[in-house]
Ligand binder design. Structure first.
Ligand code: BGC
Length: 441
């Protein structure tokens, strides 16, 4: 068997990603809290509840785990409804809580990456129309300024908005996120305002902190035609790719939003990204269906690929590489801000993890400027409309007892992080099925 080691550049960031509502617990002042409390919205009517009890202090033990297991960075998010519980009220204690975490990360040798909006909105904002309201971008920028003032001592890496395309499609087209609408006109407004919010947030961060690096986290999910020979499937795939994968990033690079049947000139978007944050999980196949209830569209993850437990994610590292290829053309430093798989039994994750990180190494060999990789996620957490039915953690969690259980993937990832490499010896020991693929004789 050939012996080899794939090295990563010095200073490469290795981390995991989390989000406030999914880990903190007892977030009762945002749109997800009210959404969860309406039966039928979350699988099995589950609730975030105590989540991973980070608000109760368990962030310490989880970040200890991250550091002990070789990670040198961590991405977390700030809950807007805690910092600004009412339009005219700022909560200094909440800011102090996040300052403690910021200090805690630095003390543990974890570079903080801070997301300013990860799907949740304060209830008072929702009452004012949320992101449909054209004033929301400015309100967001005011919140951003407060947070950056408070955390600038510890953090200089910022993500304005997480997955604006998922926020818009899930909330305003597919109706499985709040506010549960199916309204194309509203989804256009929301996309435009999220873009404006990103740009206003970008400028707000830089006003307070000159040295900041600011981007957003883009969810990219390639849609392949279900039947390659079918012109209809190809047309549907092209349309969905354009609107879901490309409209937001192209608006930022061109200053024009092209959204299905509408267009908006937004020159203020230009030059508002210091890096490209990429969230990549899976590919999807999409095509025509004779079903008005499904809006004449069907989609599945490709059956021939290895799948996650719930069937939501396919292990397709090659498409991850193709996605990185496209991202590289944006001409910005790249940070993989999320990548992971739901797999309570940790059967597929070891392969998924190593194969996706291997593609990052391949990208680096073409000189594509990938600066870091953040795995989703550290400890099982509340997975939005799927509740606790999916387990993405390097550590398992029983939310009732708060007991954490290490999965084998945590050890594999630790070895990659500690050695800043993938070696044949490590793969042979920890994921031997991958040897012929990664180290062919
Ligand atoms: C989101 C995370 C989520 C993950 C897995 C991403 O789209 O940013 O919040 O938990 O997917 O479902």
């Amino acid at each position: 068997m050939p012996q080899a080691t794939f090295h990563f550049p010095p200073g490469f960031m290795w981390g995991s990603s989390t989000a406030a509502h999914q880990v903190e617990g007892n977030n009762t002042n945002n749109n997800w809290y009210s959404w969860e409390n309406i039966p039928g919205h979350i699988k099995q009517d589950q609730k975030a509840g105590l989540a991973c009890d980070w608000w109760g202090g368990r962030w310490k033990e989880d970040l200890d785990r991250a550091a002990e297991y070789g990670q040198n960075a961590h991405r977390l998010s700030i809950e807007w409804s805690r910092i600004q519980p009412a339009p005219d009220r700022w909560d200094e204690d909440a800011l102090e809580f996040y300052r403690r975490i910021g200090r805690g990360m630095v003390e543990r040798g974890l570079t903080p990456m801070v997301t300013l909006h990860h799907f949740t909105d304060p209830l008072w904002l929702v009452e004012q129309g949320g992101w449909e309201n054209d004033d929301t971008p400015l309100k967001f920028a005011a919140f951003v300024r407060r947070v950056v003032e408070a955390l600038k001592e510890y953090a200089s890496l910022w993500v304005t908005i997480n997955e604006p395309n998922v926020y818009t499609f899930s909330g305003y087209v597919l109706h499985d996120f709040p506010p549960g609408k199916t309204d194309l006109e509203a989804s256009f407004r929301v996309t435009r305002n999220l873009l404006r919010g990103h740009a206003a947030g970008y400028r707000a961060v830089h006003e307070v902190q000159n040295s900041a690096q600011v981007g957003y986290a883009h969810h990219h999910r390639p849609f392949l035609p279900l039947q390659g020979w079918s012109p209809l499937d190809r047309l549907i795939a092209a349309m969905v790719n354009q609107v879901f994968n490309f409209s937001f990033p192209l608006a930022l690079s061109t200053g024009t939003l092209n959204f299905i049947y509408k267009r908006a000139r937004l020159p203020e978007l230009l030059h508002t990204q210091d890096f490209f944050g990429l969230n990549y999980y899976t590919v999807d196949q999409i095509g025509f269906a004779l079903s008005p209830a499904d809006r004449y569209i069907q989609h599945h993850v490709p059956k021939e690929l290895e799948q996650s437990e719930s069937g939501m994610i396919a292990n397709d590292p090659q498409e991850f590489f193709s996605t990185l290829h496209w991202v590289n053309k944006q001409g910005l430093p790249i940070i993989v801000t999320e990548n992971g798989i739901d797999d309570a039994s940790d059967t597929v994750r070891p392969r998924y993890l190593v194969e996706h990180i291997h593609q990052v190494w391949r990208a680096l060999n073409f000189n594509w400027p990938v600066k870091g990789y953040f795995h989703w996620t550290l400890v099982d957490n509340f997975e939005w409309e799927r509740g606790w039915t999916q387990r993405f953690g390097l550590w398992g969690l029983d939310p009732a007892t708060q007991v954490r259980t290490r999965r084998a993937s945590a050890e594999i990832y630790a070895e990659i992080c500690r050695t800043n490499s993938i070696s044949s010896a490590m793969v042979e020991r920890l994921a031997p099925q991958l040897i012929p693929k990664l180290f062919p004789g």
